[in-house]
Design a protein around this ligand. Sequence first.
Ligand SMILES: [Zn+2]
Ligand SMILES: [Zn+2]
Length: 204
Amino acid sequence: MTQTDISPEVVQQTIEFHGHSCPGLAFGIRAAELVMARFDRASDEEIVAVVETDMCAVDAIQFLTGCTFGKGNLIHLDYGKNAFTFYRRSDEKGIRIISKPNIFPRQDDELVALQKKKVKEGLIPEEQKRLKEVMAVRTKRIMGASLDELFEVKPASGPIPRKARILESVICQACGEVTMESRTRRLLGQTLCIPCFEAVEKRH
Ligand SMILES: [Zn+2]
Ligand SMILES: [Zn+2]
């Protein structure tokens, strides 16, 4: 019934990793499927992902492609776009995957209204149930679509990001916490971590 190449077991494991099934995760699963069809799963920093969103989709990308924050081969750019660029280190080949704007034929007013109400005042149980149904329909649609319907694929623009570097650690002179040197700021002869630097700035 679903058109995805990823087995139902692996889809289930991805849902468990993320915590719930949702359209965003489904997008991530399909994007991972696309990239894995072109590159092999990341062994050790073999593939580098640059994600332009920090929403649900990224969990599927971490789980399925092996590009993770902790390994340093997942880079987040806070652009708020459903766009994912993958680079293969061996040949520096890169592709940018962008979700197409019109997968859903019309703007779903009901979904938008329910989501707004959820944030503003919360939902009554019947509305909660309805929201779940609407989301499930979307998830199913994404899982059943062809990759062509879902995504536009372009060559990556820009060079492959550098490998994670080992940097010196220093101690913040305000809070005493160990901080990566590149993330510290100098102020009035002191070396500070970013939160301490910002706290001082706010006072002035
Ligand atoms: Zn989610
Ligand atoms: Zn500090």
